[in-house]
Ligand binder design. Structure first.
Ligand SMILES: Nc1nc2c(c(=O)[nH]1)N[C@H]1C(S)=C(S)[C@@H](COP(=O)(O)O)O[C@H]1N2
Ligand SMILES: [Mo]
Length: 196
């Protein structure tokens, strides 16, 4: 298991970011209802500034190289959950599969409930940005984004799309759902970048 719970050191912060409290529960935060996603009809797509557009079934997605990581999770509303074991595909692995073009500078994640969230490519091209289908040895629960979600332990958790269905590589920055509605575009928990 690859342990990334020390990444706060890179941001000159304590493990528990300022203004956060630790919880052992796992609250659910969604903008609406949990969408019903049928894993067998689910397709994961990659498009935009890439050499190879991808359209993968759930099984094809899981055939990519995978890894398990121990990660912390920081919600912008003030709670953090430590030591989550996620299994999935890293963002750099996905970039390699898609052959990201040199003119790509930004990334938009798309989700089954209409949610979107964005990150600059250099902030996203990190091993701990994980497309995860397993949490603590179990299939990822639907309310937490199953069958597949993104986790971004170096950012507040709204940067991680639940029920992710696709990734778009952009040649210009754009803003996602909460980034257009007053949440910080940069979302660094150790700098308390909560609201814009
Ligand atoms: N598709 C989708 N992803 C989403 C959201 C959402 O509403 N829809 N909410 C975001 C927010 S604001 C947070 S804090 C986390 C919450 O993840 P959790 O419900 O597993 O705790 O998911 C993020 N990803
Ligand atoms: Mo959130």
């Amino acid at each position: 298991m690859h342990d990334v719970t020390g990444l706060h050191e890179e941001f000159d912060g304590k493990r528990l970011p300022p203004g956060q409290r630790e919880t052992t529960r796992f609250p659910v935060l969604s903008k609406g209802e949990t969408p019903s996603v049928n894993r067998d009809e689910w397709t994961f797509e990659v498009w935009g500034a890439v050499e190879n557009d991808l359209a993968l079934s759930f099984d094809e997605f899981r055939d990519l190289p995978t890894e398990s990581q121990k990660q912390d999770f920081h919600c912008v509303t003030g709670w953090s959950r430590f030591d989550n074991a996620f299994r999935g595909v890293t963002f750099p692995t996905l970039m390699e599969a898609a052959g990201v073009r040199d003119d790509a500078v930004h990334v938009m994640f798309h989700a089954a409930d209409g949610y979107t969230t964005n990150l600059p490519l250099d902030t996203c091209d990190r091993r701990e940005v994980l497309f995860a289908w397993e949490l603590d040895g179990e299939p990822l629960p639907a309310e937490h984004g199953g069958p597949l979600r993104v986790v971004t332990p170096h950012k507040y958790a709204y940067k991680g799309a639940k029920w992710v269905t696709g990734v778009e590589f952009l040649t210009e920055p754009e803003r996602g759902y909460w980034e257009k509605r007053g949440y910080s575009n940069t979302a660094n928990p150790w700098n308390e970048e909560r609201y814009a």
